[in-house]
Design a protein around this ligand. Sequence first.
Ligand SMILES: Cc1ncc(COP(=O)(O)O)c(C=O)c1O
Length: 411
Amino acid sequence: MLKEVAERLKDNYPYGDPLYAGQMLKPPHPVARLAYEMALQINPNNHALDGGRASSAMEKEAVAALARMVGWETHLGHLCGGGTMANLEALWIAGQLHPGKTILASTQAHYTHQRIAGVLGLPFETVPVDRRGRMDEHALDRRLAAGGVGTVVATIGTTATGAVDPLAAIVELRKRYDFRVHADAAYGGYFLLTDNLEQETRGAFDHLADAASVVIDPHKHGLQPYGCGCVLFKDPSVGRLYRHDSPYTYYTSTDLHLGEIALECSRPGAAAVALWATQRLFPLVRGGDFAQGLASGRAAALALYERLREDRRFVTAAPPELDILVWAPRAVSVTEASNLSRRVFAEAAQRQLHLALVSLPLQLIDVQDMQRDRDAIICLRSVLMKPEHREWADRIWAILDEATTAAGVRR
Ligand SMILES: Cc1ncc(COP(=O)(O)O)c(C=O)c1O
């Protein structure tokens, strides 16, 4: 039967391979896998201390380390299923503190925010972005002046292009308007630790501590298996908003049961154990081994960006702020360029280079003299999340070059 499982699992992309450079997929570290597996022998449940004493303690320590990374001395937080659940909790708290008020996020924010606002029954609006895909602070100012805004979601690393919203300016606007800042750093949060960011991007990260809540996903850049997001609140007193009685649990100890401050009930204690072990091996310090891994991916993105920019066959976006790269083949029209992107994607996959596709508003790509016959352009997208991507950049380029020729993109 397990042979059948192995057979079935063959139907996948080679996610762990450096030539997999498509979606946000990064293999969990061996120490995370082993620690997860060890905990699975017990299968603890971090809903309550009744179900997982050791793993709950490890979760509290691992989450505290993430809060310290953000720069907070006090916090309340916990792990959850992923970025969607983590953002849901952050916006649920925001909605309780500003009932009925509007949630704003940029047009490039993850689509989950609009859906979450729908679930919570809160009004939701988008704020336009600049040509780098970052929330336009002047448009935000105007919208705040019109009133009725409860929360602004700053995306610290958009899913499509890794753009970082101008958090310093957003926080500054709090001097003139009363709103809550939530930072969706599900993807980009750990880049706080790297030392090869652009100055403006670094400036945004330096203000992460000024947000009221932050989401960071250990299952994206934090070397964890799926099922590991994290929501953090700066003010621990928001814990009161979670207050509820459980007729079934919370009896074994007067210490905090994580279910008392989370919307989810049952949760895998193994996820906490894996994260704890990984953070012991790779402490969350600026410039440390883990940070250098992230910086390598970013260096790979910058190196490939330079090659794309110098090559007349391609049009590009602004330089990547993190490690996500987008570009498109040059063509007479946006429709033709979009079709060519699809073709290059398929030709690259045939050569074992796995990229992704993304639809972007024309404003984000320097389409130059192409006929603008559509509002959006399908681009190639590469998330260069693995430290090895730096060393593989030449190989990736060589295959892309071949795939581009095979797709019929003219020099
Ligand atoms: C910025 C951002 N927020 C939220 C999410 C949703 O996270 P998840 O897929 O873990 O639910 C993602 C996923 O890519 C993301 O990039």
